[in-house]
Design a protein around this ligand. Structure first.
Ligand code: CP
Length: 305
């Protein structure tokens, strides 16, 4: 039985296979419309979500399966003190696969160690978000036609941004990747990721506080929200929340085919005026997330056509 707790639980070859299945679903959705008939996905979300929970649920419905949902920490027996381990054992009696989001880092891993069905990490604290990475990779693949030989800029909250941590980990396994880290000093990428991922894989990287200076070299610009919910005090958040706001003016010296990504939700870090720029790909990411989650559900449930 397979789980997806961190992106490296999938090999590069398996990611390529998921992209291929997602492309096939996009080309012929009807072929997949009933392949999960009789199967149930449980979405256990102990933190707010719009995209991840609903795209998982849409994915399962579009595969012909059904969904059981916990949407909010206060709507399950977790509010009465039930452990993640017990919750995982209980849900294993009702469903065939779990997608779990939790504010505590490592909670989906604990769930996977206690469940008798596959568990997917749908975001754990400021740690990882591997299925967002699958959405990001399909978007890059569809826009650029490759996942290698790219200069990728990450801008904003690189400390708490779990999507950043997972995407950097994924990209570090491809050749010709260069990473540009743009953040305030207080929100730099954690040193364990620089050491264990970037340096360990010989990925060249540079750090800057200046988005405009860095933008001309980028093939991909990955903007992120300052993660208010992870701050220990509101004053720090208020001081940092306007650090980077991407506007059409700041794109003047960017490559004409640069791809602008954002996992969403955005607050103010991308001006709505950028939405009309043909380089804006963040709403494509939303749709691609559903297709990659469909492909992932098929893989973990070992469903073949
Ligand atoms: N990208 C993402 O995880 O969005 P949600 O928090 O809405 O699920």
């Amino acid at each position: 039985m397979r789980n997806l707790i961190e992106i490296n639980d999938l090999s590069v070859k398996e990611i390529a296979e998921l992209i291929s299945v997602a492309e096939d679903i996009i080309a012929d959705p009807q072929k997949y419309a009933h392949v999960c008939a009789g199967k149930k996905l449980a979405t256990l979300f102990f933190e707010p979500s719009t995209r991840t929970r609903l795209s998982f649920e849409a994915a399962m419905y579009e595969l012909g399966g059904n969904v059981l949902s916990v949407a909010g920490a206060n709507s399950s027996s977790a509010a009465k003190g039930e452990s993640v381990a017990d919750t995982a054992k209980v849900i294993s009696c009702y469903a065939d696969i779990i997608a779990m989001r939790h504010p505590k880092e490592g909670a989906p891993l604990v769930a996977s160690m206690n469940a008798s069905i596959p568990v997917i990490n749908a975001g754990d604290g400021g740690h990882n978000h591997p299925t967002q990475t699958l959405a990001d990779l399909l978007t890059i693949w569809r826009k650029k036609g490759r996942l290698d030989n790219l200069t990728v800029g990450f801008c904003g909250d690189l400390k708490f941004g779990r999507t950043v941590h997972s995407l950097i980990t994924a990209l570090s396994r491809y050749t010709g990747i260069k990473v540009v880290l743009i953040s305030p000093d207080e929100l730099k990428l954690p040193s364990y990721i620089k050491k264990d991922v970037l340096k360990a894989n010989n990925i060249p990287y540079e750090q800057s506080t200046d988005l405009v200076e860095m933008i001309p070299q980028l093939d991909i610009l990955y903007m992120t929200r300052v993660q208010r919910e992870r701050f220990f005090n509101e004053e720090d958040y208020l001081r940092l929340k306007h650090s980077y706001i991407l506007t059409p003016d700041k794109l003047k010296n960017a490559k004409s085919d640069m791809c602008i990504l954002h996992p969403l939700p955005r607050v103010n870090e991308i001006s709505v005026a950028v939405d009309d720029d043909e380089r804006a790909c963040y709403f494509d990411q939303v749709l691609n997330g559903k297709y990659m989650r469909m492909a992932l559900i098929l893989k973990l449930l070992e469903v073949s056509l």
